[in-house]
Design a protein around this ligand. Structure first.
Ligand code: SF4
Ligand code: SF4
Length: 314
């Protein structure tokens, strides 16, 4: 039996995906040209892996030689919980409050592919969630899931930007979805609100200045010139998404309970991090994206925030 767009849409919705769009295979010339410029400017900071597999990013047929269509999926992670804004605690980015999204989405993608293969055993796919040499955002935009906001996250007009993106490269030819218009218009709220001026121009984020990079992927120290500018973020930063009018207006609660905050993972007591052992770190953040920064990184972040706090109270 032939797999249709309708079958994929219904199956993915039954698995909990909120958004879906289809695009045709093309070489991502324009998008990789932007990536190249971004890399040349050094905006990837210490993320050297962004420099690797450039050709695969451009041409997904180097990943799946029979690639014909790309399916982009979105999964809402907005839970509606808000921060207490206790100055003794560091804020964690919304996406990392619950169970690691990779674990949740990988499982759903496996189920999706299994179901589609049951319908047509000749169906082939390679799946990605924010890992591997695939330009998820570029495909999401091409698939009409949303437009690229000036903060460089994809925005859906009915959901805002609090969603994860998964990409499925397939050997199937699906009907293509319509791309959507860029609805940022003259708004510059994200650029204006970024406390470190990391959005250097529309759609371009310099990771060297971005709190999200500096508190997660960054392996080094945090530049002292940024003291007092972190707004108490200990893991990630959501400011540019929080101020976006599309999120203010359209965020709705996810149905995925696993994205709800685990106790103590929404805001983390700074002094408790300073004294945390490796064992308790692994236990407290088991299956959480917070593991990514490792205890060393979390301690560095806590120390950075505490220094600022101590300086302002002395
Ligand atoms: S995540 Fe934070 S630091 Fe990074 S661009 Fe957005 S507002 Fe700026
Ligand atoms: S805050 Fe404004 S400019 Fe920034 S992504 Fe949202 S709509 Fe676009």
């Amino acid at each position: 039996m032939q797999i249709t767009n309708k079958i994929v849409s219904e199956t993915s919705a039954s698995l909990g995906f909120d958004l879906i769009g289809f695009s045709s295979f093309v070489q991502l010339e324009k998008e990789t040209a932007h990536l190249k410029k971004w890399l040349q400017n050094g905006y990837n900071a210490g993320m050297r892996y962004m420099e690797r597999n450039f050709e695969k990013r451009k041409d997904v047929r180097l990943i799946l030689p029979e690639a014909k269509s790309i399916i982009s999926l979105g999964m809402n992670y907005y839970t509606g919980h808000q921060y207490l804004n206790d100055e003794n605690s560091g804020k964690v980015s919304r996406y990392a409050w619950g169970k690691d999204y990779h674990l949740i989405i990988w499982e759903k993608l496996d189920q999706l592919i299994l179901k589609l293969k049951e319908i047509d055993p000749s169906f082939e796919a390679k799946t990605y969630v924010d890992t591997g040499p695939v330009m998820d955002k570029a495909w999401a935009v091409r698939s009409g899931i949303g437009w690229l906001g000036k903060h460089s996250n994809v925005i859906n007009r009915k959901m805002g930007s609090w969603f994860f993106i998964a990409t499925v490269i397939t050997n199937y030819e699906f009907a293509v979805s319509h791309k959507v218009a860029d609805l940022c218009g003259s708004c510059t709220a994200c650029i204006d609100a970024c406390p470190t001026n990391a959005i250097v121009k529309d759609f371009v984020v310099d990771a060297n200045k971005c709190i999200s990079y500096l508190t997660i992927e960054n392996k080094g120290e945090i530049d002292k010139t940024l003291y007092g500018k972190f707004d108490n973020w200990i893991f990630g930063c959501d400011i540019c998404q929080e101020v976006c009018p599309w999120n203010k207006k359209f965020s709705a609660e996810t149905e995925e309970k696993e994205f709800h905050p685990k106790e103590g993972n929404k805001e983390i007591d700074l002094e408790s991090v300073e004294n945390m052992s490796e064992e308790s770190f692994k236990q407290k953040f088991a299956e959480s994206p917070i593991l990514r920064t490792k205890l060393k990184g979390l301690k560095r972040n806590a120390e950075f925030l505490l220094k600022k706090k101590n300086e302002s109270s002395s």
